[in-house]
Design a protein around this ligand. Structure first.
Ligand SMILES: Cc1cc2nc3c(=O)[nH]c(=O)nc-3n(C[C@H](O)[C@H](O)[C@H](O)COP(=O)(O)OP(=O)(O)OC[C@H]3O[C@@H](n4cnc5c(N)ncnc54)[C@H](O)[C@@H]3O)c2cc1C
Length: 395
C-alpha cells in the first residue's frame, strides 16, 4: 500500500538502523549515511525500557539484547572518602523485565545486524536536500549527481544536520536543562566489578561504573549551570579545562578522574539539552529520535524513544498510501509519548545531581528506605509510567 520505496536516512546509530530494520522487512530500500568513518563501538550504558522492550521483541532481537546486558548489579552513593552512604539495586527505576541496560556500542552493533539489507555509507553527510514535492533530491558534497528518494529521515542526533538543512539552526529548538555532562572511559582504579559509585556535592556529581562487558571503567561528571555558555562548542581541551575549573578539589576520586580524562580516547562533553519542535516533518523530510525530540540523558529514555519512533514511523509508512498523512500520523502517535519522556528529565536531574546538601541527604534517605518508598518516589514512578506511555497498536 505504501508509496514509499526508497528512503535516505542520515545517521546510523540507534534510530537509523532501527528504522532500516522495519523498512527492510517491508521491502523498502534504506540508504544510511553516517558521518563517522565506521560503525561506532564502545560508549556508555543506556537503557531499553517499557514499550521499547516490546519493540525489541517484535524485531526478534530481545533475547540478544538480554544476553548483552551490562551486568551492572547496582551501586552506591558514597561520601568524599568513598564510604557508602546508600546502596541501590539494578531494579532502581523499573522492573527487571521492563528495563534492560546495555552498552550503546552493543546495541548499535545488534541493530545494524538486524538491518542486513540496508546500504551503509560511512564518512558521508547530506550536503543539500531539495524537496520536489513528489520526490526529494539529496546530494552529498562529493561532486556526484544528486540522488532521488521518496523520503529523507534525519536520525542524526541532538545536533542534527538534517534538521539544520530543513528547519534551520538549532537555537530555537534547544531547551537547555541547566547542566553539562561529560563521560569517558578511564582506568578501573577502584577495582569496581559490575557496579557503580556516585559522589555528590550540591549541583555536582562524579560517578564511576564498571560493566563486565568492557575493559576499565566509565567516568561521568555532571554539573549544574544556571546560564548556558558556549562551552559545549569549544575544543575538547578547553572542555577539559572547564571541567578542571568546576571539579578540582571536589573530593573522592574526582581529581584522578580529571587527570584520566586527558588520556581518554572517547571523551564526550555536551550540554544537557532537549529538542522541542512544533513539527518534526516538512514535506518529504522528517526527524526521528534525538534529532526531533531529544529528551536528554537525564530522562534515560532517548534510546527507547528512538527505537519506538522508528517502529511507529515505519508502521505508518506501511499503512498509508501517501507520505504526508503517514508523517502526520507518526507525529500524532509519538508526540504524547515524547512529551511524557521529556517531562521526566527534570526529576531525573534532581535525583542524580540534587541542588543542595539537604536534597542530597533526602535522596540518600529515600534510597535507604526500601523498595516501597522508592517506588512511590517522584522519579521512579514517573519514569516507569512514561516508558509505557504509548500503545504500539493503537491507530
Ligand atoms: C552521557 C549520556 C548518557 C545517556 N544515557 C542514556 C540512558 O541511560 N538511556 C537512554 O535511553 N538514553 C541515554 N542517552 C541518550 C541516548 O544515547 C540517545 O538518546 C540515543 O543515542 C539517540 O539515538 P539517535 O539514533 O536518535 O541519535 P544518536 O545516537 O546521537 O546518533 C546520531 C548519529 O548520527 C550521526 N551523525 C551526526 N551528524 C551527522 C551528519 N551530519 N551526517 C551523517 N551522520 C551524522 C552520528 O555520528 C550518530 O551516529 C544518553 C546520552 C548521553 C550523551
Amino acid at each position: 500500500m505504501t508509496a514509499v520505496k526508497n528512503v535516505l536516512i542520515s545517521g546510523a546509530s540507534i534510530a537509523g538502523p532501527a528504522l532500516a530494520h522495519w523498512l527492510g522487512r517491508r521491502g523498502i530500500r534504506a540508504v544510511l549515511v553516517e558521518k563517522a568513518p565506521s560503525r561506532r563501538t564502545g560508549g556508555y550504558a543506556i537503557d531499553l525500557r517499557g514499550a521499547a522492550v516490546d519493540v525489541a521483541e517484535r524485531m526478534g532481537v530481545l533475547e540478544r539484547v538480554r544476553a548483552m546486558k551490562t551486568g551492572i548489579e547496582g551501586g552506591a552513593m558514597v561520601d568524599a572518602d568513598g564510604r557508602v552512604l546508600a546502596g541501590f539495586g539494578a531494579d532502581l527505576v523499573a522492573a527487571e523485565d521492563r528495563s534492560i541496560e546495555i552498552l550503546r556500542g552493543d546495541l548499535v552493533q545488534l541493530l545494524h545486524e538486524a538491518a542486513p539489507d540496508a546500504e551503509y555509507r560511512y564518512g558521508t553527510s547530506i550536503a543539500a536536500i531539495d524537496d520536489r514535492g513528489d520526490h526529494v533530491l539529496a546530494s552529498f558534497g562529493t561532486g556526484a549527481p544528486a540522488e532521488r528518494f521518496d523520503l529523507v529521515v534525519g536520525a542524526d542526533g541532538l545536533h542534527s544536520n538534517t534538521r539544520a538543512l530543513a528547519f534551520g539552526p538549532e537555537r530555537p529548538y534547544r531547551r537547555f536543562l541547566q547542566s553539562y555532562v561529560s563521560i569517558a572511559s578511564v582506568p578501573n582504579r577502584l577495582g569496581l566489578d559490575g557496579e557503580a559509585r556516585l559522589f555528590n556535592t550540591p549541583g555536582r556529581v562524579a560517578a564511576l561504573y564498571n560493566t563486565p562487558r568492557a575493559e576499565g571503567a566509565k567516568a561521568l561528571l555532571l554539573h549544574r549551570a544556571a546560564a548556558e555558555s558556549d562551552v559545549d562548542q569549544r575544543s575538547p581541551e578547553e572542555q577539559r579545562e572547564h571541567l578542571r575549573e568546576v571539579f578540582t578539589g571536589m573530593g573522592w576520586e574526582t581529581d584522578r578522574i580529571l587527570a584520566d580524562l586527558d588520556g581518554a580516547s572517547d571523551f564526550y562533553f555536551d550540554s544537557v539539552t532537549q529538542i522541542s519542535m512544533g513539527a518534526w516533518s516538512k514535506g518529504r523530510i522528517t526527524l526521528l529520535g534525538d534529532a526531533g525530540y531529544c529528551p536528554s540523558p537525564m530522562s534515560g529514555q532517548g534510546s527507547s524513544l528512538a527505537i519506538v519512533g522508528a517502529y511507529v514511523l515505519a508502521a505508518e509508512l506501511a499503512l498509508q498510501s501517501d507520505v504526508r498523512p503517514a508523517l502526520a500520523a507518526y507525529e500524532r502517535r509519538m508526540r504524547p509519548y515524547a512529551a511524557a519522556n521529556q517531562a521526566i528529565a527534570a526529576p531525573g536531574l534532581d535525583f542524580i545531581a540534587p541542588k543542595s546538601a539537604f536534597a542530597i541527604k533526602a535522596r540518600n534517605a529515600l534510597l535507604k528506605s526500601g523498595p516501597i518508598l522508592r517506588f512511590l518516589s517522584r522519579f521512579d514512578s514517573k519514569l516507569a509510567k512514561a516508558a509505557e506511555a504509548i500503545n504500539l497498536d493503537r491507530r
